[in-house]
Structures are given as C-alpha cells and as structure tokens.
Design a protein around this ligand. Structure first.
Ligand code: C6P
Length: 428
C-alpha cells in the first residue's frame, strides 16, 4: 500500500520515496493570505479544521469588501450617479465571475441568494408550487443536509407530494440500482447533494442526471460542499439547477448563488416580491422583470456579491484542479493516520470522497471530544451536522468532523492525532 505520509525533509514524497501529491500546493505560503490562522487559541496555535461549516477569508476578499464600503458604497441598479454605477459594475462583475467559475452559459442564469439554503428553498417553493400536484414524487438521498429535506417536506404537506429517499451502503455510497428503480412517471424532481457534508461522499451526478433526464426529470444539485474543493462545471454535470454558499468557498456569509437553466427560470414565478424584481406596477397588475432580477427582490447583499467575486478570483488564481489534488493528498494522509488509532471509527469511507474526516469513538461523546480538541487549539465540528438521517443510518448520535481546506497542512493532521491520543488518555 502506498502511504501518503511525508518523508521528513522531502515534501511530496511518501515513506518509500513515491510521490504523495502533498507538494501540489505550498500551504505555508497560502496561509499568509489568511491572517486569522496565525493566532493562539487556549494557548496553542490554532488548527482550523471546521472548513465544511465555514471557511476562513483571504485578504483579497476582506479588501474587496472594505474597498466597496470605503470608496463605492451605493445602491445598485437604481442610480445614474457615479457611485451607484461603480457599485453596480462591481456587483455584476461578481455575477460574471460566478458564471465563469461554474461554466454557466449565461450570467443572467446566476441568481444571487443568501446561500445554499435559500437556493434550495427558492426552487422548491417557486418551481414546486408551479409544477407539482398531489401524488407527485421528489427523489432525494439519505445523505442530504436538512436544507435539502425540509423544503420538499413542507411542500409535500401543502400539496401532497411524496419524498423518496435513495439509501446508501455502509461506506456512504448511494445504491444506484435503487435510485434507478425509484425513477418513474410520478417523479417531478431529483434533488441531490454533490458532496455530503457529514460523510464526504462525492455522488455520481452526471450518471444520476443521465438517468433522470432519460425520463424528462429535472435535477437540482446542492453544491455547498463541492464548490470549494473541486472544479464544478454545470454543463459537464448536466444539472438543471445548482446552488452553493459563498462562505464555504472563502467568500463572505449572507451570499451565495443559484444557477438554473434560463428556460426553467423564465417560466418560474418570483420567490419574493418587492423592488427591482418588477418591470412595471399598477394597483391592478405587475409585470415582472427579466432574469436574474425577477428573483432578486429588494436591495441585495452588494458587499457580499463583490466579496464572492473576489473569492472566485482568488480560487482561480490557485486553480481548482490543484486545490482538489492537494486536498485529496491531505485526505489520504489523514485517513491513514486516523485509521491507525484504535477506537476511532471513520464514518464515511466512500471511494469518491472529499476532504471530510468524520469519526466516532465509543469511549467518549463527540461533544466531549470536541471540548478536549478545543483546549488543544483545534477547531472541529461535533454534532449531527444538520444531517440527522445520516446519524440514524449509522445508529450514532453524532460525529466529530474534521474538514479540510487547502491551507491545512500535515502538521494540522498530526496535531489532531495527538489531541485524539489525549482524548484516549482521559476517557480510556
Ligand atoms: N453545512 C456544515 O457544517 P448554508 O447554511 O445555507 O450556507 O448551507 C446549507 C447547507 C446545505 N447543504 C450542505 C451539503 C451543507 O453542508 C450546508 C451547510 C454546514 O456542514 C452548516 S450546517
């Protein structure tokens, strides 16, 4: 077996001198772009391994937001004055950056939303209310985040649609035969997570899309956890809708994007109503604006959109292929190291997996483990990760989740392993 572990003093080579991919990126150089990482927590150097919850922000993003407020602050699409035009240009440049990043055909198909949660709610509410009727079915998977379960459930109660759930095996891989068998004449939508936040599993979206499209069924993709870690190309995936959050991809909180095919978005009713989403209003009738404005009622998060654009440019400057290769190497390293610790059970061992190390220990409750790790300066998430059905599937209450970014290092993993040894000392 090749080991991902570094040969001391020879970055990028494993114990037997073979390449291990860890030299694709220099994380120590990258960390200079993230000043927040350079601090002590509880008297120990901060080890930030909670990137699936939210990533840290590089100076480029912080500077873009502060520059907007320092120099250009004005409302967008509403003024002829210079500041408003500058703000509008930068806000729309963010949209174009997102379009380029996900290879969408047209920037008008990119709707700014608050984040993945709002993107999913928008589609369920707008598309679902228009097209679903009692007896229809929506297919999701057993590893969805609550934000891809509850909106469909609410709709289900209102309209009478049935939620079908694709199960997964012990490694956390979808049972594709069961998925295929679930698709039928009543299926109106498949809504699936690209990369599971609780397990790390990367689902076979193109294959799932192909099977759904063969029956004329649209597919919505929750890309919250994939977009920061791998190239995401909506045309290559073949999806009809895709949504993600800025704050998980090194951008600000409060902003994200929903991409949808223009022909679908054009026919959908507005999700919220108010200023900017109209073309004309009388007390008798309102004519809606064109895309994307129809779905962007009210004053948007202008600074957020500009920050999101800066995050995209920052990621492009490093390269998503390189980021993916480095994080895969780090994941191999971490999997091997954690796998060696007796009493640690990895939850989520799919072949296709992103940088998530979720684990469970009989010896201690995940929250107690989290507290000990925090006392060692290590930030992880403990709990059900807003994916309670995943915990139920493994019959555990919660996991400890260490989630990786390209500024993490093998030192971070080593610190985690050392702190887990401390947990074992304390709890036996
Ligand atoms: N997962 C986590 O720690 P928002 O909150 O709207 O930015 O993203 C919601 C969401 C949707 N789908 C997936 C797969 C997610 O992982 C998340 C957010 C965070 O895992 C916070 S619960």
């Amino acid at each position: 077996m090749t080991t991902a572990i570094n040969t001391p003093g020879v970055p990028g080579r494993d114990g037997s001198g073979q390449p291990n991919g860890l030299d694709v990126i220099d994380p120590y150089r990258i960390r200079q772009d993230f000043p927040i990482l350079d601090q002590q927590v509880n008297g120990k150097p901060l080890v930030y391994l909670d990137n699936a919850a939210t990533t840290q922000k590089p100076l480029a993003v912080i500077d873009a937001i502060s520059s907007y407020y320092l120099h250009n602050n004005a409302n967008v699409h509403r003024g002829v004055h210079t500041l408003s035009q500058r703000a509008t240009d930068d806000y729309e440049a963010g949209r174009e950056a997102v379009r380029r990043f996900i290879n969408a055909p047209d920037a008008n198909e990119v709707i700014y939303v608050r984040g993945t949660t709002e993107g999913l709610n928008l589609v369920a509410s707008s598309y679902g209310r228009k097209y679903f009727k009692a007896g229809d079915e929506v297919i999701i998977t057993g590893m969805e985040h609550h934000s891809n379960i509850v909106p469909w459930q609410i709709l289900g109660k209102e309209i009478g649609i049935r939620l079908r759930v694709v199960p997964f095996n012990d490694d956390g891989e979808l049972l594709m035969d069961e998925y295929e068998a679930m698709l039928n004449d009543r299926t109106r939508m498949v809504s699936v997570v690209h990369q599971s936040n609780a397990l790390g599993t990367v689902n076979p979206i193109p294959e799932m899309v192909e099977l759904a499209h063969a029956r004329g069924i649209p597919v919505m993709v929750d890309a919250a956890q994939s977009i920061p870690h791998m190239p995401v190309d909506v045309q290559a995936l073949g999806a009809d809708f895709l949504t993600f959050s800025g704050h998980k991809m090194y951008g600000p909180t409060g902003i994200g994007a929903l991409w949808g095919r223009a022909e679908l978005l054009d026919d959908m009713p507005p999700y919220q109503s108010g200023g900017e989403m109209i073309r004309s209003v009388t007390f008798e009738e309102t004519i809606y604006n064109t895309l994307p404005h129809k779905f962007e009622a009210g004053t948007p998060d202008i600074a957020g959109a500009i920050g999101l654009g800066a995050a995209v440019e920052y990621l492009e400057s490093i390269g998503m292929e390189r980021i993916a290769a480095y994080e895969q190497a780090l994941l191999r390293y971490g999997t091997e190291k954690l796998g060696d610790i007796e009493g640690v059970r990895l939850i989520g061992t799919a072949e296709e997996k992103g940088g998530v190390l979720s684990f469970y220990m009989e010896a201690a409750h995940p929250h107690d483990i989290g507290t000990i790790l925090d006392s060692e300066g290590i930030a992880v998430r403990t709990g059900h990760h807003c994916a309670q059905p995943v915990m139920a599937r493994y019959e555990i209450p919660a996991t400890v989740r260490a989630s990786l970014a390209f500024y993490n290092t093998t030192d971070d993993i080593d610190a985690l392993v050392k702190a887990i040894d401390r947990v074992i000392e304390v709890f036996g």
